[in-house]
Ligand binder design. Structure first.
Ligand SMILES: CC(=O)N[C@@H](CCCNCc1c(COP(=O)(O)O)cnc(C)c1O)C(=O)O
Length: 393
């Protein structure tokens, strides 16, 4: 431990499992698109909690909703109806695609994926799944079965049981057509692969997935945990493709930063689950519900989907204008942006943080990923792009 490390960092490093690699900095405050470390240094945050702070850190409406709810009621299991939960469910179903109006509430993306898996099995009576190479579905043993990257699965060996999962190349319609059979319960796919390198699907691929699943009696489940809630320039990425799935997994930005997850589905899918067939203690808790109502209303009132579309186009245009032989491709959708380099991205991510006060993240070893709050200003985008250009040179 270096002498400059703070007591907070020392304690976190001492007691944390340390399974997650730690930056040597202690973040203590956030507002909008900026976070501050304990020394008061500011950073433009293009990590945003891995695409959680879409509406900005500590959005005032969410803060107020949390404060008010904290004085009213924090704990109420979903077996006991609650006014805030009812309000949230109405707000959420008001923005999901038509017909997707039944919701299982939980606390994370992985939990939403676990629920999706169980609802798909009971809805179809089938047990096989089709998932995508480079896909990421979460870290639990059940969700890991859908996750392609071996590094996530290998430490756990056969405990990750993906014998019922057929992986297809993302975007390959022929492989998809061959993989979906009358034993397939569901096809799981991200409209834009996030951890897999910021790869938007082609309209043809998603539309064919919709057609083939309908033809074979399988479900189409879109994983919108990272693409949802204005990130890609629409409330949900599915809208870019004109496709209505049978289920959507949601989490991250849904409650403005408070932990939350949901599996949203059609009536038909929901009704096939036996009573009591799934559950969870904290799902639908009043605090997350209050925060979620405020967050979704802020997204709508502030036109955040349109902001993400416009600012994303601006951000990618400025990135593409960088003249650097190190850049292979700039790609993304809305404010879900990846810059693939011709060399490892980690050193540039490190330099952006330590030399430029800009936080970014990887998406596979060669990609620098930008997931800023949708509320980021154009001036801040200019600052980020200029900083990126400097560290590349
Ligand atoms: C530092 C850290 O722990 N990062 C997380 C980052 C995960 C980011 N993605 C989450 C995710 C998940 C899992 O969601 P959750 O359980 O992390 O909330 C499911 N589906 C998609 C498309 C997702 O993008 C991890 O490495 O597991």
């Amino acid at each position: 431990m270096t002498s400059t490390q703070s007591k907070w960092l020392e304690a976190e490093l001492k007691f944390d499992s340390r399974v997650v690699g730690k930056h040597e900095v202690v973040m203590t405050r956030g507002q909008g698109s900026v976070v501050w470390d304990e020394s008061g240094r500011s950073y433009i945050d293009c990590v945003a909690g891995y695409g959680v702070a879409n509406i900005g850190h500590c959005h005032p409406d969410v803060v107020k909703a949390i404060k008010d709810q904290a004085e009213r009621l924090l704990v109420m299991p979903q077996s006991l109806p609650n006014d805030k939960r009812a309000e949230f469910l109405s707000e959420l179903v008001g923005v999901t695609p038509a017909g997707m109006d039944r919701v299982f509430l939980c606390n994370s993306g992985t939990e939403a994926m676990e629920a999706a898996k169980k609802f798909a099995i009971t809805a179809t009576g089938r047990k096989r799944f089709v998932s995508m190479k480079r896909g990421f579905s979460g870290r639990s043993l059940g969700a890991l079965a859908f996750t392609w990257e071996p590094k996530y699965r290998e430490p756990f060996g056969e405990a990750v049981d993906n014998r019922n999962v057929d992986f297809v190349t993302y975007g390959n319609i022929e492989e998809l057509r061959a993989a979906i059979t009358d034993e397939t319960a569901a096809v799981i796919l991200e409209p834009v692969q996030g951890e897999g390198g910021v790869r938007p699907a082609s309209p043809e691929f998603i539309q064919e997935a919709r057609r083939l699943t309908q033809e074979k009696g399988a479900l189409l489940i879109l994983d919108e945990i990272q693409t949802g809630f204005c990130r890609t320039g629409k409330m949900f990425a599915a809208e870019h493709y004109g496709v209505v799935p049978d289920g959507m997994t949601l989490a991250k930005a849904m409650a403005g930063g408070v932990p939350i997850g949901a599996f949203v589905m059609t009536e038909e899918v929901a009704d096939r689950m036996p009573a009591g067939g799934h559950g969870g203690t904290f799902g639908g808790n009043p605090l997350a519900m209050a925060a979620g109502v405020a967050a979704i209303r802020a997204m709508k009132r502030e036109g955040m989907a349109e902001q993400a579309r416009e600012k994303g186009a601006y951000f990618m245009e400025k990135l593409r204008a960088i003249q650097s032989p190190k850049i292979r491709e700039v790609r993304g959708l809305g404010l879900m942006i990846g810059v693939e380099l011709k060399e490892k991205s980690a050193p540039y991510i490190h330099a952006l943080e330590h030399e430029e006060g800009v936080l970014t993240l990887q998406a596979t070893p060669l990609v620098v990923r930008f997931l800023p709050p949708v509320t980021i200003s154009r001036e801040q985008i200019d600052t980020v792009v200029a900083a990126f250009e400097r560290v590349l040179n």
